[in-house]
Every structure is written in C-alpha cells, then in structure tokens.
Design a protein around this ligand. Structure first.
Ligand code: CTP
Ligand code: K
Ligand code: MG
Length: 168
C-alpha cells in the first residue's frame, strides 16, 4: 500500500510540469498565431488563433520552472528531464489536436469530445516515454484517470472565472 501511494505520488509529480504548461496559456487573450494566420492545403487554418507563440513560450517557461523546482527539491534529475519533456509534449499534443480540429472543419474553441480531454495528456505521455520514462502500468492508469478528470474540472473552473470562453 505504501509503495503504491509512493508510485502514485511520483507519477503525479512527473505530470505536474505538463499540467502547468498546458494550463498557463489560458491567461493570454491574444498573441501571434503559431501558424502566422496561414492556411493548410485544404484552405482552412493550419492551427487557428487559439495556438500562439506567446502561449507556447509561457507554457514552456512555467513547465520548466516547475520541473526545475522538482529536481532541486528531490535531487532527482528525472523530474527535470521527464518534466520538461512532458511540458513540451503537452503543448505539442494540444497543437496536434487543434490541427485535427481544423482539418475536420471545427472552429477555434469548438468542442471536440475526447480530443479536448486527452490532447495534452497524450502528448505529454508520448514525449515522457520517448525520453525513457517507464512508469508501472497500474498506478499509471489510476493517475491517467485522475489527471484527465482534473483537466476537465480545471477547464470548467477557468470558464467560471471568466478565463475561458467555453467550459472545455
Ligand atoms: N493558448 C495560446 N497558445 C497556446 C495554447 C493555448 O495562446 N499554444 C490560449 C488561447 O487563448 C486559447 C486558450 O489558451 O484560446 C485555451 O486553449 P485551448 O482550449 O487549447 O484552445 P481553443 O481556443 O479551444 O482552440 P482549439 O479549438 O484550437 O483547441
Ligand atoms: K486544447
Ligand atoms: Mg479548447
């Protein structure tokens, strides 16, 4: 039991930078679009106005700050390595799903069931695992559920606080 709790906590801390990097761009109201306003071959925006350079850099900044703090606090370099990769993966995963949303014709901010809930988590996990992270399967599944639920809840809270125009 103690070991399981330990593993759950470790996994949660590994994802903390990714969660922070995913959440911080929401404080920006406008910025320079990553796609610079350009269209894809289908005539629709590549990513749309909801993905900005400012948001990306802010997310990386806060994500890496949290990852560095965890490294210093635990003296375990893996928190910096996987945390920073998770921060990058979260932002790329978010961009990837915006790309898919634009291809199927969904405008910025339109709901995209499952995509909106899993985007950052899948991106973060992909880059963390690609850089060598190997969590145990069962505690990882438990934390995956908790983190995705937390993401859904924080999006609603951000909407209630007036930070987001939509609750997803
Ligand atoms: N944001 C940003 N830059 C990013 C990611 C997010 O500026 N790289 C900001 C935008 O203001 C965005 C808000 O955070 O509107 C919320 O992010 P998200 O819900 O992912 O974007 P959406 O506006 O819903 O756009 P999309 O439909 O492309 O997901
Ligand atoms: K998103
Ligand atoms: Mg959205």
């Amino acid at each position: 039991m103690g070991e399981l709790l330990d593993e759950l906590l470790q996994i949660a801390l590994m994802y903390l930078p990714a969660m922070v990097s995913n959440a911080s761009p929401v404080f920006l109201k406008r910025g320079t679009p990553i796609d610079f306003g350009r269209n894809f071959v289908d005539g629709k925006r590549i990513l749309g106005d909801g993905k900005t350079w400012e948001g990306f850099l802010l997310g990386m900044w806060f994500g890496i700050t949290v990852a560095t703090s965890l490294w210093v606090g635990t003296e375990d370099f893996r928190y910096f390595l996987y945390g920073s990769m998770g921060s990058l993966g979260a932002l790329l995963g978010d961009m990837f799903f915006s790309f898919i949303k634009r291809r199927i014709g969904l405008p910025r901010g339109a709901p995209f069931p499952l995509g909106d809930q899993l985007d950052f988590f899948l991106g973060a996990t992909a880059l963390m695992v690609a850089s060598g992270w190997r969590p145990q399967a069962f505690p990882w599944l438990v934390m995956a559920f908790v983190i995705v639920m937390l993401h859904v809840m924080t999006n609603r809270i951000a909407y209630w606080l007036g930070l987001k125009d939509v609750p997803w």
